[in-house]
Design a protein. Sequence first.
Length: 203
Amino acid sequence: MASVANPAAWRSIREAAFSQVSSESEGITLSVLGIRALLLYRIDEREHRRREAVGAEQLDSIAVLECLLALPVDLPVPVGSLPRQVEVRHLPHGAVESDTELVTRRAVRPLVVDLAVVSATDWRQGLERAGRFAPFCRRAVLLRRTPCAGLDEILAEAAFYGIGVFVHEQDGIRMALQPEAYRPLRHTAAAWYFVEELYGRLG
């Protein structure tokens, strides 16, 4: 179940993470990957308008996305040269343009997730949950309270995993550790599926 993030909460996090996210990012809170998280994201308006204009079907299959990733964007490819001709001919409406000889991929990711933030009281649990987003975007944990032992151990472990740390203090939310930049080694169908699922739930 998705809901628009509490405006005060997500704006506070966005302000605390100003150098990490776009000023155009929107916030939504939803259950994903088995946990509840705040996602800061940006819609690709060009792709969004294209999909609306052609009445594109939802891309909700890993197999379909793997097929699309094998095609270059906006470049016609001879159908006969592809090893997966059957799959290409049966892709969802709006994903490609094709005829008997050529197929041209039009679909790209409809949005970008700038940051996933998991709120937690237990910091170890928070790091584990935030770590689930590693294949998809930058991630961080929001600590509802600072442990009596202090932040040093938490920050050291979070830094090892590239997870940012926000701390809820009396005067607001402070970023205690910046999240590591999201630099995927390759584009995967699973990562694309992640944003397609979010995009589908925004409507």
